[in-house]
Design a protein around this ligand. Structure first.
Ligand SMILES: Cc1ncc(COP(=O)(O)O)c(C=O)c1O
Length: 330
């Protein structure tokens, strides 16, 4: 696992439940290596899918800490609603996650590794005639991948600040659905080929939103600044956690619109960070804007970013008290 690509190794089983149009089935444990689907399955044609990404951490005394499980379930239910899919039952989905983790708890790696938890919901009506109607049946499963540290300390991270394009349809930005990633992929690949960037910060008309897979924050010695939530981008749970932890550390936390010009000015003296479950909080080291490359003052060391990241990690892996009530311990 230590050398495996992130997200390519799995527990031997998933937990799975189906919705038949009326009710959810009981949860079953089934092998994680195959999923028989009819070729007409709704999700394969009309992208009726949403998912979550959350983590569980092994504590030094051998407990398993699941981070913000209720918030991830609530976000998944919102995504399901937007897709007109059957809404997963809160308690059932929670048990699908906890029971699978409990069964394979020995395979949850020690920190900085973690179990990356991927609940997935998809429309399963066997019909290619329902482009404009929702799937009445659905499948819900929880897939878990033991992962190493996604974050490489000191690594360069070059991002393109793109002020022209949208990551996805603006009314769907807060929905964690596969199609949004497909929609951003070409733009991320073009930036990579042209500028050697790792990520693209989408800032349509100069309004700084997020990258294809992370939220964006401006940080300095006093302040943490990020765009206030809208339907246009994902309400990241790491973003929310970072804001609350930063406030508890004494930073002034501001949620407001940020212009591309402001972000570029910030590169002169501050830190820019990307937040998400996989990488937690990672410093941006270079921004490509208007065909030029600008170094971010904070660089790979970005001390404030690293301090907030550490404080969050300490809560996640049980080194610091969970004053926010974010951890479910197994
Ligand atoms: C588009 C997008 N924005 C933001 C995030 C960060 O969300 P979270 O912190 O809940 O992982 C993610 C990642 O999962 C994402 O895919």
């Amino acid at each position: 696992m230590a050398n495996a690509e992130f997200g390519t190794v799995f527990f031997d089983e998933i937990t799975l439940a189906t919705f038949d149009g009326q009710a959810w089935s009981d949860t079953a444990f089934v092998p994680s290596d195959s999923l028989p689907l009819h070729p007409a399955t709704h999700v394969l044609h009309y992208a009726s899918t949403c998912f979550e990404g959350m983590k569980a951490f092994r504590t030094t005394d051998g407990k398993i800490n699941v981070f913000r499980i209720d918030d991830h379930i609530a976000r998944m239910q919102n995504s399901a609603r937007a897709l007109y899919l059957p809404i997963p039952d809160t308690e059932q989905l929670k048990s699908m996650i906890i029971d699978l983790l409990a069964k394979y708890r020995e395979q949850v790696p020690a920190f900085p590794g973690a179990a990356y938890i991927r609940p997935t919901l998809m429309g399963t009506d066997p019909s290619i005639g329902r482009a404009a109607s929702p799937s009445e049946t659905a499948m819900l499963f929880v897939l878990i991948s033991p992962v190493g540290d996604y974050f490489t300390p000191g690594a360069e991270m070059r991002v393109l600040l793109n002020t022209t394009d949208l990551r996805c349809a603006p009314h769907f930005g807060a929905v964690k659905s596969g199609g949004n990633y497909a929609s951003a992929l070409g733009l991320v690949m073009q930036a990579k080929e042209k500028y050697g960037t790792h990520q693209v910060i989408f800032a349509p008309n100069g309004d700084v939103q997020e990258t294809a897979a992370a939220n964006c924050l401006l940080i300095n010695d006093e302040e943490v600044l990020t765009k206030g939530l809208t339907s246009e981008f994902l309400p990241g749970i790491t973003r929310d956690s970072v804001l609350k932890v930063a406030q508890s550390l004494g930073y002034n936390v501001t949620e407001r619109d940020i212009t591309a010009e402001e972000l570029m000015q910030w590169t002169n003296s501050g830190e820019i960070a990307l937040s998400g479950t996989a990488a937690v909080l990672a410093p941006v080291t270079e921004v490509v804007f208007d065909e030029d490359i600008y170094m971010v003052a904070g660089g790979a060391d970005s001390p404030n970013t690293m301090k907030i990241r550490q404080a969050l990690n300490d809560i996640q892996c049980g080194k610091a008290e969970d004053t926010f009530g974010w951890v479910t311990q197994i």
